[in-house]
Design a binder for this molecule. Structure first.
Ligand code: ZN
Length: 112
């Protein structure tokens, strides 16, 4: 891994190169995505690793930009009188005092 800050444009213009620690990341990639990575690498005359790093950098920048100031929505709070009667469960009850998960679990246990 020569340049950890690589961008796709760097692969086109062959800009600066640096060195930084790199680690192996073993991920399963859908075959069609892999084929597209191979094609882009071949078109740019670069390695697959360079293409993947460039795309990851650009994708992460986009994600970080879009997530700026974003907070996950607060979990809706179910009023106590409508909560599942199983201790520690705060889901809404749907049948016989139980939430869908615990009601189904009880039904399965009874059927067995
Ligand atoms: Zn429950």
């Amino acid at each position: 891994m020569r340049n950890p800050n690589l961008r796709l444009n760097d692969l086109v213009v062959r800009g600066k190169k640096g060195r930084e620690e790199s680690k192996l990341m073993n991920v399963k990639v859908p075959a069609n995505v892999l084929a597209r990575i191979y094609r882009v690498a071949a078109n740019l005359g670069s390695t697959k690793t360079e293409v993947v790093i460039a795309i990851l950098n650009e994708g992460l920048e986009t994600a970080e930009e879009e997530l700026k100031g974003w907070k996950p929505p607060p979990k809706p709070v179910v009023p106590k009188e409508r909560r599942c009667t199983i201790k520690g469960c705060d889901r809404e009850r749907v049948a016989k005092g139980l939430c869908a998960t615990h009601y189904q679990a009880q039904r399965r246990a009874r059927a067995a």
